[in-house]
Design a protein around this ligand. Structure first.
Ligand code: FCB
Length: 463
């Protein structure tokens, strides 16, 4: 039968993050994070919602792990909350925070679910924000200490540790666009934040490797959007290139080539003086696993109206959109083949060669991909989320096409397992394979959850 069949050993999983699912925001000694502060500030989140209770995964992790196993989901990417482990970001470790992740990891392993642990999904300790947050270089060193503590406690059972989720979003949505915590709107702060986030990746990688008693794969997850010019004009092509440099190359170049486009930005000059110190880029350029989060593309046109960067986003007519983005499966193929072409194929030696450790040719995985759908129950209590199934089919087909064409992607994690708190958009955007009633916390598997389970069982699907 014709079908889409993935390579043997392909890793199938689901993803989540601490602030979006755990709740228990001030239980068992947890410290306050910048997302607690931000979501408690009126006007920042749709309907002034927050993650105080989220979907109560903190208390329901056992039944959640059992449900994953029921759907044959055997790889779970989650994040640890820095403030549970180190309530003030540095200083004393909170034993109850360690105990929670011990319980969670053990529950996963009991069900043969492999934990993919991510250290930072945006919830910086407020105490470190008060000292300057990511724009302050010291935060990178504090992060490396936190990474060492996590590796020490969980490195015996966890084989994969991601340092960061989407450092670009943490830096730019948080410090330039102001729509995420901490909510500032300064280009200089965003540029400093992105460099220190990347530096902290390098420092944390060193710390994890020194601490773990066995080999642990260290990765990072990036949000990457292929950028298309709105027309064939030279100005639009240049606009698209500027956006590619400031959204994609700004994180890809340091991690995979040990170079940075930041120093080439004219607009960055006033802010970046001695930001990048000798040796920083070499430290950053270490990576076993590159996680890619793909949701959509960006179509850009030149615009003199928009200050600083001179570009405007265009939403092409006639295409399909979700509550958040254009749906563009071909973009996943374009993105993967571009990464392969520009970053992973043997190329002339870079000015900062990665001293023969081969670390800048990492394994690739899709660590997030998904769609918000306003799901609801049908008369018989089922949730027939055909739209999500179609989204999955089309994106998996493009992923498969990229693999066929030689891009060695080793896994796919769907965002998300359960509906959860979608940052500034609150609870209105449902991304789950499992529906959550936010009042009662009842979980109901959607049709897409069952469909995805079949894909995993068959390592593909018929067309
Ligand atoms: C990504 C985030 C994730 C989730 C999805 C929809 O940017 O990493 O937490 O919010 O978007």
């Amino acid at each position: 039968m014709p079908g889409i069949h993935f390579p043997e050993g392909f890793v199938w999983g689901i993803a989540s993050s601490a602030y979006q699912v755990e709740g228990a925001w001030n239980e068992d000694g947890k410290g306050v994070s910048i997302w607690d502060t931000f979501a408690h500030t009126p006007g920042k989140i749709v309907n002034d919602e927050n993650g105080d209770a989220a979907i109560d995964h903190y208390h329901r992790y056992k039944e959640d792990a059992a449900l994953m196993a029921e759907l044959d989901l055997r790889h779970y990417r989650f994040s640890t909350a820095w403030t549970r482990i180190l309530p003030a970001g540095t200083g004393p470790v909170n034993p109850k925070g360690i105990a929670f992740y011990d319980r969670l990891i053990d529950a996963l392993l009991k069900h043969k679910i492999e934990p993919y642990l991510c250290l930072f999904h945006w919830d910086l300790p407020q105490a470190l924000q008060d000292k300057g947050g990511w724009p302050n270089r010291e935060t990178a060193y504090a992060f490396a200490d936190y990474a060492r503590i996590v590796a020490k406690h969980f490195g015996d059972r966890v084989n994969v540790i991601f340092t960061h989720n989407e450092p670009w979003v943490a830096a730019f949505a948080g410090h330039f666009l102001g729509m995420h915590a901490p909510g500032t709107k300064e280009l200089g702060a965003a540029l400093r934040a992105v460099h220190h986030l990347l530096l902290s990746h390098g420092l944390a990688t060193e710390a994890i490797r020194a601490e773990a008693k066995r080999p642990v794969k260290v990765g990072i997850t990036l949000n990457l959007n292929p950028v298309y010019p709105a027309t064939e004009s030279k100005k639009d092509a240049e606009a698209a290139d500027r956006v590619d440099a400031t959204m994609n190359r700004i994180v890809l170049d340091p991690l995979l080539k040990g170079t940075t486009p930041i120093e080439g930005y004219k607009i960055a000059k006033p802010f970046t003086g001695n930001l990048i110190q000798p040796g920083d880029l070499k430290k950053i350029c270490v990576l076993d696993l590159l996680g890619i989060n793909y949701y959509s593309r960006a179509v850009m046109k030149h615009s003199a109206k928009i200050p600083v960067i001179g570009v405007e986003q265009v939403h092409p007519e006639g295409n399909e959109y979700s509550g958040m983005w254009e749906i563009f499966p071909e973009g996943l193929y374009a993105l993967l083949t571009r990464i392969q072409r520009d970053y992973l194929q043997p190329s002339p030696p870079s000015p900062l060669p990665n001293k023969g450790e081969g670390r800048n040719a990492p394994e690739l995985m899709i660590t997030e991909n998904g769609i918000p759908v306003p799901d609801g129950f049908d008369f018989d209590g089922r949730i027939r989320d055909e739209r999500r199934i179609r989204y999955l089919r089309n994106h998996l087909a493009q992923l498969h096409r990229a693999i066929q064409d030689g891009v060695p992607v080793k896994g796919y994690f769907h965002w998300s397992f359960m509906d959860n708190f979608e940052w500034a958009l609150g609870y209105g955007q449902r991304f789950g394979l499992v529906y959550v009633d936010f009042e009662t916390q009842k979980r109901t598997v959607k049709d897409s959850g069952r469909w995805f389970a079949e894909v995993i069982r068959g390592n593909g699907f018929e067309i």
